[in-house]
Design a protein around this ligand. Structure first.
Ligand SMILES: [Mn+2]
Length: 454
């Protein structure tokens, strides 16, 4: 059944590939527009790598959101082919009115079905074919499907960088992501091995590596350098050296003890063969691109995806370190403040600019570490002048009960002249500050009605 659904998506991807190839053959510069997170940046990387390999050119812009203004600007551009990654499904009709042809490679729920039977744009989205864009494939994967018929299997690793960035590979890798992974392994560009899933293991002393490890969460250790140091001292491992410099015997002890904290710490990891150590593990690669995106250094992230293995990687690693330190700071704040609980949701609120940019991630990690109540969706709210930005997160266990944060945020924000949407498990919205209390009450009601449908 699921193979059958994938089949339809692959057919649509082939159609898009033919269109892309047609323009590349005519030496047209491809106008690539993508999203500013790890998935969007790696999706743009996949597309631009493929274009370069065909000796053609691209003009890429990374944007936080596809808004009407962006489309109005694009409508004055005279490119022959526009390629939208990680966005566009909500704007099919408008994209169809651009001067050139267009490909939309998206995986968000927000689908504008108008014109889905028209030829322009060629619209790829797993939701169109009954698949789950939250877990089964990300934009980098959908973009990969488009360039795959041109023999770009070496990009299968980058296709999964975005999936990790969108947190689709936390447990098992499913759906189209699994198909891409298997294709990479078959082409010997990817390999799988069981390993400790420790962050920054070649750049930081081991106690920091463990404190920076959030996937999976290690209670008492993740986000807590003191706790991490105490843990290592207790099991007799010198905390100040890097993981890679530990003796094999010490690595074995560490593994044994960490597995007791969380068995998921030792599990499948996937590597890109021939890649430099810093980027070899797909999850490490993804964390670096994510840090570039979150710090608005899109150019650095994109350069890494496009193959710069010197300065950009160094800069990316520094951004990652800064980002991880920011997370530790934010987690301390949550531990001190806690969340405010309503009947069906809880929220955290800040006006502190050092914490604002971490709010979405902090809620996910807070749930994983059980610093926040895992049973209620978390709304992380930061104030921006007259508006508040809302990032909502929950777990698959909660969405399985019928809760869909994307739909809830869209409805609730619309009622107060805001805008929002996203996935069932992670979504965002912007609403006027003055309506915040009413908005929260409405969200609480909507989430309740999603759990107990009439
Ligand atoms: Mn995405």
């Amino acid at each position: 059944m699921s193979q059958n659904k994938q089949h339809y998506l692959l057919n649509r991807a082939e159609e898009a590939c033919k269109l892309l190839k047609k323009h590349l053959d005519q030496d047209h510069v491809v106008r690539v527009i993508s999203h500013n997170d790890a998935d969007g940046i790696s999706a743009a990387g996949v597309v631009c790598n493929a274009i370069t390999r065909e000796n053609s050119k691209f003009h890429v812009t990374i944007v936080p959101r596809l808004k009407e203004e962006v489309l109005n600007k694009l409508s004055r551009e005279k490119y022959q082919l526009f390629f939208f990654c990680d966005m566009g499904s909500a704007w099919i009709e408008k994209i169809g009115q651009l001067k050139g042809d267009a490909i939309v490679a998206d995986h968000h729920q927000t689908i504008d079905s108008s014109g889905d039977d028209q030829e322009n744009p060629v619209h790829l989205n797993p939701h169109l074919f009954g698949m789950d864009g939250t877990r089964d494939v990300s934009a980098s994967g959908v973009s990969y499907l488009v360039v795959r018929p041109l023999g770009n299997q070496h990009l299968s690793g980058l296709a999964l960088v975005g999936a990790y960035g969108d947190m689709q590979c936390n447990d098992e890798i499913t759906g189209v992501n699994q198909t891409i992974l298997q294709e990479g392994i078959n082409h010997e560009v990817l390999d799988r091995r069981e390993d400790l899933k420790i962050s920054s293991h070649f750049s930081e002393p081991i106690y920091k590596s463990l404190a920076y490890t959030f996937n999976p969460a290690l209670p008492g250790i993740s986000g807590d350098p003191e706790g991490s140091r105490a843990f290592l001292e207790k099991i007799g491992i010198s905390y100040g050296i890097k993981f890679n410099d530990l003796s094999n015997e010490e690595k074995d002890i560490l593994k044994e003890e960490l597995v007791k904290v969380n068995p998921a710490i030792f599990s499948n990891t996937y590597r890109i063969m021939g890649e430099i150590p810093e980027l070899r593990n797909i999850e490490d690669y993804s964390r670096i691109i994510d840090a570039c995106g979150k710090s608005k250094n899109y150019g650095i992230g994109l350069s890494i995806c496009l193959g710069d293995r010197d300065d950009s990687v160094k800069e990316g690693m520094e951004l990652l370190k800064k980002y991880q330190d920011g997370l530790l700071n934010g987690l301390n704040w949550i531990k001190k403040e806690g969340s405010r609980e309503m009947a069906h949701i809880q929220y955290i609120y800040t006006e502190d600019k050092n914490i604002k940019s971490f709010m979405g991630t902090l809620s996910s990690i807070g749930i994983d570490l059980a610093i926040l109540n895992p049973e209620k969706p978390v709304l992380a709210i930061s104030r921006m002048d007259n508006l508040v930005k809302v990032s909502a997160r929950t777990t698959l266990k909660i969405t399985d009960k019928g809760i869909n944060l994307g739909i809830a945020l869209r409805e609730a924000s619309k009622s107060y002249n805001g805008a929002g949407g996203g996935h069932n498990v992670a979504a965002g919205a912007v609403v006027p500050y003055k309506s915040l209390d009413n908005f929260l009450n409405l969200m609480d009601d909507i989430v309740e009605s999603q759990t107990n449908p009439q």
